[in-house]
Design a protein around this ligand. Sequence first.
Ligand SMILES: Nc1ncnc2c1ncn2[C@@H]1O[C@H](COP(=O)(O)OP(=O)(O)OP(=O)(O)O)[C@@H](O)[C@H]1O
Ligand SMILES: [Mg+2]
Length: 293
Amino acid sequence: MMNDQASTLRKKFSSSAMNHENSSSQAVRSLSFTSGKGGVGKTNIVINLAIQLAKMGKKIFLIDADLGLANIDIMLNLAPEYTIEDVLTGTKNINDIIIEGPHGIHILPSSSGISEMQALDAEQQMAMLRELSSLKTRYDYILIDTGAGISPNVLRFNAAVDEVCVISNTEPTSITDAYALMKIMSSKYQVGSFNLIVNESSLQEAKSVYSRLVKVLNRFLTVNLELIGYVPRDASFIKAVKQQTPLSLLFPNSPTVNSFIKLARQIDLSPGQSIEEDTRESFWKRLGSWKKR
Ligand SMILES: Nc1ncnc2c1ncn2[C@@H]1O[C@H](COP(=O)(O)OP(=O)(O)OP(=O)(O)O)[C@@H](O)[C@H]1O
Ligand SMILES: [Mg+2]
């Protein structure tokens, strides 16, 4: 895609454009959840994050943008009658196909097994983003689960949002592919900052993945990366997927679900702030309450 097309997409979909349409003073934030390598936990993370943000009273619009390989509906045990495909072929408009998930999350389902869906042309994607930005309903967050890799669909969705959240686990292949994705987003679409979420990880491992990425990014690109959260390895994810019930509903009090609560709070705190900064703020908050005692 040409750079001017990318910037048009960004303008169409950015918070200011959405807010203008919505005539609401509160900002709508759009975030994509994306990865270079597949199977690193994007769909599980975005679903649980959506639930936690919804539990905080936020209005959530969750888009399954893994076109042709949709998973969100399956993971939530929903059976959508229509999908994004019906919007793109012009038979339905977006308002007709939105379905409701847990905690009132609105979901834009995608389709499975339709190969044309994997290669939207720029026009189709523009049309879809135009539809999205014309939604009358007000949302606090638009969360987009992209497919894996560096296909044009993935890159364009990432180019269109306010904030790109890159997900990696601790494996070198996943870290290398996360770098490759950021490199292409930076060079082709001028995206200058990214959020990092490390999956199947401890805080220490997450910090190590973060510094490895920062090292290479600093060497080759002028890109800002913030570590905004990590999710521990937890065998219960397999149970959750098998039972088609998100972990946040299945084991709401587990430490893993607590990591999603933290991630939701971190994201809601302010855009592009690292968990290091969050730790500092918590420290000052703690200091404040200590003084009162
Ligand atoms: N923190 C975790 N601990 C253990 N298993 C996990 C964790 N996160 C995800 N998984 C498992 O990894 C698998 C892939 O997860 P998921 O489908 O969310 O990844 P994805 O990045 O969306 O994949 P794709 O690229 O195919 O869309 C699932 O079987 C899930 O149960
Ligand atoms: Mg997925």
